[in-house]
Ligand binder design. Structure first.
Ligand code: PLP
Length: 385
């Protein structure tokens, strides 16, 4: 059975161009970029090229790119690295809807005496900027707020937020893992100090990412040992991963406009048809300020997990809540923070598309969804019959 993959916020297919680019770096060009010989040294040139490709997508200098093992490492390094550089400041501001890669770190820091403020969000999943402004004080070491939410796709007004944070003299980090490659960004015109990116969300392999650190930002090295990544993140480079990430960034920069038009068209077609054909369904999150690929829909009276299992029988992959937290039956912390009632949060499904999806796949899913929802409602003790 052909797989219809609508779970691109969990991970993406490696682009064929990326796979081709990486292949020689396993068995032929396997040298260590730090070696003195030409065989290893030539790899250093390829890593430099990947750094330039990543910088070009982000609109920053290559020297501001640190390669990491992915979004989780970048988030941790940004938060802990900044705090270590300003040990006298003890306050961190974030939101309730961050990915666990941020929330688990700041909650752990709370146990170590930090004052952690988790800003509330409204029904649309947006924060109140006035509340953020009131919270930033002289003791605030860091404000960390995601660019776009992984579950709902809601985009925060990051440019306004970063201007506000900078005007108050604090440091600003954003988890850009879901946004980069999906919406344009130009860090040279922005006030963002640090940004996390993950390769496997933009058609590069898993296990590679970037932490962007604006020149002049005070941050302690987070992996000690060798001189790699200017001594800030030691360890022999993940050469194939980094080269693949560079190529994926180049492709994202080339395709972002055209492809997102197509992805948004498919997402809107899928979403509108489902909301029309399935009674008691509703969209979660700010309809207008959203990633073009993400749709989070709640279906009253039924469980998201049951919908997923039935979709799976048709070869359709989606997700209920965040893939990283699924496995537990706790309703999504993001939807709960938005005030989505418990039952609706339990019955939520996330469809996340990519440039590899087709209109036929969308049409097939549009056909199956009402059938699935109606069958589950017939079994549900809560649904009106
Ligand atoms: N941040 C966000 C918003 C994410 O969606 C994810 C992964 O789902 C991560 C961080 C973690 O990234 P990685 O899987 O590369 O560690």
């Amino acid at each position: 059975m052909k797989v219809i993959y609508f779970d691109n916020n969990a991970t993406t297919k490696v682009a064929p161009e990326v796979a081709d680019e990486i292949r020689p770096f396993f068995c032929e060009l396997y040298g260590n970029p730090s070696s003195m010989h030409t065989f290893g040294g030539q790899i250093g040139t390829k890593i430099r090229q990947a750094r330039e490709q990543a910088a070009s997508l982000l609109g920053c200098e290559p020297s501001e790119i640190i390669f990491t093992s992915g979004g989780t490492e970048s988030d941790s390094a940004a938060i802990k690295g900044v705090l270590a550089a300003v040990p006298d400041k003890r306050k961190i501001i974030t939101t309730r809807v961050e990915h666990p890669a941020v929330l688990a770190v700041v909650r752990e820091l709370k146990n170590h005496g930090y004052n952690v403020v988790e800003l509330a969000v409204d029904k649309q999943g947006q924060i109140d900027l006035a509340q953020l402004e009131r919270q930033i004080d002289d003791n605030t070491a860091l404000v960390t707020i995601m660019y776009a939410n992984n579950e709902t796709g809601v985009i925060f007004p990051i440019e306004r937020i970063s201007e506000l944070v900078k005007s108050k003299g604090s440091v600003f980090h954003t988890d850009g893992v879901q946004a980069i490659g999906k919406i344009p960004i130009n860090l040279s015109e922005s006030q963002i100090d640090l940004l996390s990116l993950s390769g496997h969300k933009l058609h590069a392999p898993k296990g590679v990412g970037v932490l962007y650190v604006r020149k002049g930002t005070r941050i302690s090295p987070f992996m000690l040992g060798g001189h790699q990544e200017a001594g800030r993140r030691a360890g022999t480079e993940n050469v194939p991963g980094i080269i693949g990430l560079g190529k994926a960034c180049e492709l994202a920069a080339e395709n972002i406009g055209q492809e997102n038009k197509k992805v948004k068209f498919l997402r809107d077609k899928l979403e509108n048809a489902i909301l029309r054909s399935c009674p008691d369904s509703m969209l979660n999150g700010d309809r207008d300020n959203r990633l073009p690929n993400t749709s989070n829909i709640s279906f009253e009276y039924i469980e998201g997990e049951a919908i997923l299992l039935m979709l799976d029988q048709y070869g359709i992959c989606a997700s209920s809540g965040s893939a990283c937290t699924s496995g537990s039956l706790e309703p999504s912390h993001v939807l709960r923070a938005m005030g989505v009632p418990f039952t609706a949060a339990h019955g939520s499904i996330r469809f996340s598309l990519s440039r590899y999806n087709t209109e036929q796949e969308v049409d097939y899913t549009i056909e199956k969804m009402p059938e699935i929802v109606n069958r589950l409602r017939e079994l549900s003790p809560f649904a009106a019959k």
